[in-house]
Write a protein that binds this ligand. Structure first.
Ligand code: XIL
Length: 345
């Protein structure tokens, strides 16, 4: 029946795509997306660096194509992402001399950018990641250009601007490692204050970049519950399960150099052993059981890609890894994890 149909009564099930992959000549990719999912995110096409690489030079083509695809297939379109420290062009944060822009300039650009993007897709993009990854691993505000130039108000200002540009849009904060207790506490405190003061935040996206054994379901559940208790809708936004040993766990000064010489960090070049494939299935099953348990609070579960071959996890944190994080293999054939999920309950 497809994933979207399977979980129709629980939550939307989405994926992230590029315009190019939707256009592959065989049409197999587009057919899989349309059949399996009822929510769509642009993996890169709606990021500032892609939408406005040079000042005043807008490139809407790919984002437009993805939004059109969502409309043609009655999918919920999610916008990712308006304000981020990464994949935002350097010019955005600089003055004409190449020095750091002043606060007034950055705020003017923020306003113009949000008005242009949210305005263009008003009524067509259902929800936005207004701010992405503003908290730094439990250490508080990330010392990004946004923070360094504007202070913490850059965030609530972004929410107010997005709300003004499309009052009906569902506005989210999105971040990774949301299970970390200090991160959770920092954000709960912040959102409590936002809600008290009427800052328009409606949802929170938990990027699901997880591994076979991290994070613990316990810590993940605590974050789901803590956010839901604030009255925020919870979304799992970038789900994939890394099956490879994580290089950052090694005590190495230069993981990329070490990686080249250490085959143990890329052990599945010739295919994923059955035992690991079973582990992957079990991991997806336990995650979905948790999502189902909290279905009244969860709006959408979005995978970060369709087939393993297109996953960013083949190139993160170092290029050249053969990874298997998704539900479909390199030929878009459903994997055991897929079968386990559609057989759930
Ligand atoms: C990633 C994309 O998947 C890659 O194609 C791109 O090269 C880098 O960005 N957190 C996010 C996503 O919010 O936007 C990132 O996507 C993955 C981490």
């Amino acid at each position: 029946p497809g994933l979207a149909t399977k979980f129709r009564d629980q939550f939307y099930v989405g994926t992230a795509v590029s315009a190019r992959s939707l256009n592959t000549p065989s049409g197999a990719f587009a057919a899989t997306v349309a059949h399996q999912f009822n929510a769509l995110t642009a993996e890169n096409a709606m990021k500032p660096a892609l939408l406005q690489p040079q000042m005043g030079e807008w490139r809407w083509q790919d984002a437009d194509a993805i939004v059109r695809f969502a409309e043609q297939h009655q999918m919920l379109m999610h916008g990712h992402t308006l304000v981020w420290h990464s994949q935002t062009p350097d010019w955005f944060f600089q003055n004409k001399q190449g020095e750091p822009a002043d606060k007034a300039t950055l705020y003017r650009r923020q306003e113009e950018y949000i008005n242009a993007v949210v305005g263009r897709y008003k009524g067509r993009v259902h929800s936005w990641d207004v701010v992405n990854e503003a908290e730094d691993e439990g250490k508080g505000w990330r010392k990004s250009h946004w923070y360094n130039i504007c202070g913490p108000e850059f965030m609530e200002r972004a929410f107010r601007l997005a709300h003004a540009a499309d009052p009906k849009a569902h506005l989210c904060y999105n971040d990774y490692n949301m299970h970390l207790p200090q991160k959770r506490e920092f954000l709960v405190k912040l959102f409590k204050d936002y809600i008290k003061r009427g800052v328009p935040i409606h949802g929170v996206g938990l990027q699901g970049h997880v591994g076979l054994d991290y994070p613990s379901l316990d810590e993940l559940e605590k974050t789901i519950v803590a956010m839901a208790d604030l009255g925020l809708k919870v979304h799992i936004t970038e789900l994939d399960v890394d099956v490879l040993p994580a290089p950052w766990q090694l005590a190495s000064a230069d993981i990329s150099t070490k990686f080249e010489y250490d085959k143990s960090l890329n052990p599945y070049v010739d295919g994923l052993p059955d035992a690991v494939n079973q582990q992957l299935s079990a991991r997806y099953v336990e995650l979905f059981k948790l999502f189902i348990k909290h279905q009244q609070h969860i709006g959408r579960v979005t995978f970060w890609g369709v087939g393993d071959g297109d996953s960013w996890k083949n190139n993160f944190p170092v290029p050249g890894r053969t990874n298997y994080p998704l539900l479909f293999d390199r030929n878009l054939k459903p994997k055991p994890a897929y079968n386990a999920l559609v057989a759930l309950k």
